[in-house]
Design a protein around this ligand. Structure first.
Ligand SMILES: *[C@@H]1O[C@H](CO)[C@@H](O)[C@H](O)[C@H]1NC(C)=O
Ligand SMILES: *[C@@H]1O[C@H](CO)[C@@H](O)[C@H](O)[C@H]1NC(C)=O
Ligand SMILES: *[C@@H]1O[C@H](CO)[C@@H](O)[C@H](O)[C@H]1NC(C)=O
Ligand SMILES: *[C@@H]1O[C@H](CO)[C@@H](O)[C@H](O)[C@H]1NC(C)=O
Ligand SMILES: *[C@@H]1O[C@H](CO)[C@@H](O)[C@H](O)[C@H]1NC(C)=O
Length: 469
């Protein structure tokens, strides 16, 4: 079967094969618009899965593909996304700030990601207690949860609610169990014993006022064909927030309760993803297991070690040592100083103000001659490209300690505020403070294989055109 039965893949292949100079990507603008704006009406019952060489591969979709927002136009929706993105970032920053100012003894409580879930936009389908559950993927938090019956307050979801009473394998988690004690490090709130039961109650509150509240349970989790017994998750009976229409959330952080910790016997503590764009036809994959032969990467994987920081052990921190724009190094003394976290939930990459200033100046120098357009929300490097058939976009590369590098895919450089290309913005933003923590957002991670190896404490990058096949 030819890959070119899908026009988007063809376009990307075209870019990859013919349009890729060393330092520039040549991209017909029409293609770029399609990558970002083609929302067909999908029937999105369940994402697929398969296993290969012992690895489990789950199909991953952008949430917009499945759960289209019914309210507001495209522009409204986009504005909301950036607003929510900013709230997430501020919340992450304030958690980190608060935690750094405390004694290490008190800091067993990590950040529970401060997520604003509107921005957590990648979903997979897993089977829990025999039921398919389509959940949001989050590397910035730990506890996996689903909406649960009987529910006091549940938002709308298309899949049936998880019902513990009809799953013969469901067990509640006792209050005196070690799993219940792990709740504190996973959620930042200690597990509370129910007043008239031995149940272990949990609460995860997210930075924007979203939260999930309920009790811990255990059940069979099936990922592809691998079954995990006694998987501990949150049975959410009070769930409020911008969780889209997903049935819950998969926590892929680093603490004991996270899915990757609980499945480490089966998968060795290694997972990876390739995040597709929002295009209706594009799928990515979430892979559990270390076998790199299942990846479709087109460049070798390069690794960088995770920056160890006991205060934020749930997040994945990396050391960025430099960036290039069109092959020209961006000079700034902030590189290599503080860690950057890599997050599947934040959309737009944030860098300290001095780095942003330098990146912007170099980008404007190279992407010159194009008319500028007003800034939009957190984005302030914008262009009016409505009259261009084709633009040459400078390549953006990020370098990490140990020589690893990540080239930002062409689908991750520009954020289309207006679909007619009259307002197209560089999808990078500056942080408020020089000492704030930088974040590598999911927009820039598109079409990249990102490998999280929690056992060897390293993160790997390679170029890959995301697909599920
Ligand atoms: C569950 O999902 C799988 C694919 O992941 C699909 O084949 C199966 O039909 C789904 N089952 C139900 C009951 O929807
Ligand atoms: C951080 O600490 C300040 C002052 O102690 C407090 O007002 C604020 O709510 C805290 N932020 C978070 C996210 O906990
Ligand atoms: C937890 O409490 C139950 C009784 O309430 C007891 O049977 C069990 O041994 C306790 N487990 C632990 C690990 O202490
Ligand atoms: C990041 O890497 C550079 C180069 O190896 C090193 O000098 C610096 O100390 C590292 N920074 C952190 C925070 O680990
Ligand atoms: C973009 O440029 C076109 C052509 O010059 C112009 O007609 C249009 O008004 C501009 N749009 C914006 C939003 O600036």
């Amino acid at each position: 079967m030819s890959l070119c039965q899908y026009s988007i893949l063809c376009a990307l292949l075209f870019v990859g094969t013919f349009g890729h100079g060393d330092e520039e990507l040549f991209l017909p603008l029409k293609t770029l618009q399609r990558i970002q704006h083609n929302h067909n009406d999908p029937s999105c019952s369940s994402q697929k899965s398969r296993s290969e060489n012992g690895a489990i591969i789950l199909e991953m979709k952008h949430k917009d593909y499945c759960f289209r927002s019914r309210s507001g136009g495209l522009n409204k929706r986009r504005q909301k996304i950036l607003l929510a993105d900013d709230i997430r970032v501020r919340s992450i920053q304030s958690h980190i700030k608060n935690i750094s100012s405390q004694q290490v003894e008190d800091t067993q409580i990590p950040i529970n990601s401060g997520v604003s879930l509107q921005t957590l936009n990648y979903i997979v389908t897993v089977t829990l207690g025999g039921r398919n559950m389509t959940v949001i993927v989050d590397t910035g938090s730990d506890l996996t949860w689903v909406q649960c019956q009987p529910c006091r307050l549940c938002y709308n979801q298309p899949e049936p609610l998880f019902n513990p009473s009809i799953s013969p394998s469901f067990q509640s988690v006792a209050c005196n169990s070690s799993a219940c004690q792990s709740v504190e490090s996973a959620t930042g709130n200690s597990g509370l014993c129910g007043t008239n039961s031995q149940a272990c109650n949990y609460l995860v509150s997210y930075g924007d006022g979203s939260y999930t509240k309920g009790e811990l349970g255990q059940d069979h989790l099936v990922l592809g064909r691998t079954s995990v017994d006694n998987f501990v998750f949150g049975c959410g009976r009070n769930n409020i927030g911008l969780f889209g229409l997903a049935s819950g959330l998969m926590g892929l952080g680093r603490s004991d309760l996270s899915l990757i910790s609980q499945t480490s016997d089966a998968f060795g503590g290694v997972f990876s993803y390739c995040l597709p764009s929002t295009d209706a036809e594009s799928s990515g994959s979430l892979v559990f297991g270390a076998d790199a032969s299942v990846f479709k990467n087109s460049t070798p994987i390069t690794y960088t070690k995770m920056v160890q920081n006991p205060q934020f052990f749930s997040f994945y921190f990396l050391n960025i040592t430099g960036m290039t724009i069109g092959g020209v190094g961006v000079q700034d003394s902030s590189f290599g100083k503080s860690g950057f976290l890599i997050d599947s939930g934040t959309v737009i990459t944030r860098v300290p103000p001095s780095i942003y200033k330098a990146v912007k100046a170099e980008f404007l120098k190279q992407f010159s001659g194009y008319p500028s357009a007003p800034g939009y929300s957190i984005l302030d490097t914008c262009f009016n490209l409505s009259t261009y058939e084709e633009v040459n976009i400078p390549t953006i590369k990020i370098y990490f300690e140990g020589g690893a590098e990540m080239e930002v895919d062409v689908a991750g450089v520009f954020y289309f505020v207006k679909s007619d290309a009259s307002q197209v913005c560089l999808a990078l933003a500056g942080l408020q403070y020089e000492d704030a923590i930088g974040i590598i957002g999911n927009f820039q991670q598109r079409n990249t294989r990102v490998i999280y190896d929690t056992k060897q404490s390293q993160v790997g990058f390679a170029k890959e055109t995301c697909s599920f096949m």
